[in-house]
Design a protein around this ligand. Structure first.
Ligand SMILES: [Zn+2]
Length: 241
């Protein structure tokens, strides 16, 4: 095979690798941003659940304090009963104790309903916390990988560029720039084999004259349809004939 063809194949390999690295380098920060957005969303959901839980906790404590206060009042009133002299005062005091007791029954009902909401909020909060923790650790782990990858990119791309310069130095400048243009316009495939009398890049048939020239291996030939550089690849069955 013509030496130039071997260089062009090497050049295409280096260019494909460079393209892959550049695409990845471009894509990775977007992945990191998506992950960060998810983390922020989970955090917001967790904070909302925490706020709900803290509100119910405060209401519960307040209700418990009110009940305790009323119980204290009732205890004090009961103690006072002993020292009361008149019946009128006695019944008035009994009424007050009864009123307090009834208020507390209503408060205890409210407390019970608060408690079930509180427990539900506590359960939801634990679930949100677990989700947040999972995303946080996934984010941390991924970011460590991403940072390592990002810092390696520039070095890797520089190595590939060095390789491209080495190969290009062995080829004609005009050929290299034409090759680069084809690579960019033809989805990263600038040189391709002619197999079974057709271009493996675009599948169009190749005329016998061009095939003949390819087999002579003297000058670079281009596919008349897709303009890719062609090289002749003898197939096992053809070789057997
Ligand atoms: Zn073609």
């Amino acid at each position: 095979m013509m030496e130039q063809i071997k260089y062009l194949l090497d050049l295409q390999k280096a260019m494909s690798e460079e393209k892959r690295l550049c695409d990845e380098k471009f894509r990775i920060p977007h992945e990191a941003a998506d992950l960060k957005k998810l983390l922020e969303e989970k955090n917001a959901v967790f904070l909302a659940a925490d706020k709900e839980f803290q509100t119910l906790k405060a209401l519960r404590l307040e209700k418990e304090r009110e009940i305790e206060e009323e119980r204290d009042k009732a205890e004090k009133a009961k103690a006072k009963l002993m020292s009361i002299k008149t019946n009128k005062e006695y019944y008035a005091m009994l009424n007050e104790i009864d009123g307090t007791r009834r208020i507390n029954i209503a408060r205890e009902d409210e407390l019970l309903s608060l408690m079930s909401k509180y427990e539900e909020a506590e359960k939801i909060l634990a679930e949100r916390k677990a989700e947040l923790d999972a995303v946080t650790s996934e984010h941390k782990e991924r970011m460590t990988g991403i940072e390592a990858r990002m810092s390696a990119f520039d070095g890797d791309i520089e190595k590939i560029n060095e390789r491209k310069r080495e190969i290009s130095a062995k080829l004609e400048k005009g050929l290299v720039s034409r090759f680069v243009t084809i690579f960019e316009r033809r989805e990263g495939l600038a040189i391709t084999a002619a197999i079974h009398s057709s271009c493996s890049g675009c599948n169009m048939n190749i005329s016998p004259q061009i095939l003949n020239l390819l087999q002579r291996d003297e000058r670079i030939q281009y596919c008349p349809n897709c303009n890719r550089v062609l090289y002749f690849e003898e197939q096992a069955d053809e070789a057997a004939c």
